[in-house]
Design a protein around this ligand. Sequence first.
Ligand SMILES: C[S@@+](CC[C@H](N)C(=O)[O-])C[C@H]1O[C@@H](n2cnc3c(N)ncnc32)[C@H](O)[C@@H]1O
Length: 291
Amino acid sequence: MRLICCAAKKQGMSNAVRVSHTAPVTFDRVASEYERTRPLPDKIGESVARYIVSLLNKREWMLDAGCGTGRFTRPLARRHDRVVGADVSREMIARLREEHAPFREPLLVRADLRDLPFPDAQFSIVLTVHVLHLIAEWQTAFAEMWRVLEGDGCLLLGYEDRSVSAVRDFYLTEGRQRGLLPAAPGTRDTQGVLIPFAQEKFGVTQIEEVSLPAWRWKTTTPVSQLLTDLDARLYSSQWGIAGDAHEQLMERTRQNVRNIFGAGYETAHETITTRFVLVVLRKPDPDPATG
Ligand SMILES: C[S@@+](CC[C@H](N)C(=O)[O-])C[C@H]1O[C@@H](n2cnc3c(N)ncnc32)[C@H](O)[C@@H]1O
């Protein structure tokens, strides 16, 4: 454990991120807006954290890989002392610190998931939520998270399964269908890509999908706010789009919104239903007798 602390402290104080891959997609530019546009009610974060902590004993360490502003790191660190958050974005980590300020801080490390600054087999749990779609070399990041996980530990792949938005999803679907939006560099396909990868590459056999009834919620947002956020390109899928293509998609989205919500769409609200899902992949224990 001393090794984790040393590596984390060293890396946390250093400005250098040891990367020789493509430039990472950091969220520096949206750090202040991130949690408003990806709302996670406190009680859901608390319930997810309770579940994850129930998989750990007091002495075990866990890593939130690509922790961002700490939507999950914060409730985790309030319940468990040995939580490390790693993210490539300085601004997201700074935000996490501010939000978590009244509590004892988890260990926070500025690091790239493709080159984690931790020795092998240090963590009993590695959690990652909404990160692998951002990383072109997602296989490398996956292998790194697997490397730092101990035998019989669990890699938790988390995602939010949302109902379709007439604003955001319309824009994204139209953009993809018309070839205006670049594809995500990595993959968000847990069932079709990530699980088969874990099975083939790492011999994973124990896989469980967990989504408790309490992990469902509704978010109601003014349509005008959704349009403003989309126009401000607050979503990572929009960051590579050309200006004129963006204008074209915004126009089509406004038209769609008018069709659905009518002329008074400026005062309408959209309600989205979300459920949080954790896919739990257990790492085979190389030597179960010593476990
Ligand atoms: C969509 S946010 C998810 C944050 C958090 N897991 C959550 O669910 O709120 C993606 C995060 O991944 C980070 N990220 C992207 N590429 C990364 C990389 N190669 N290494 C580490 N972090 C990365 C971004 O800076 C950002 O904070």
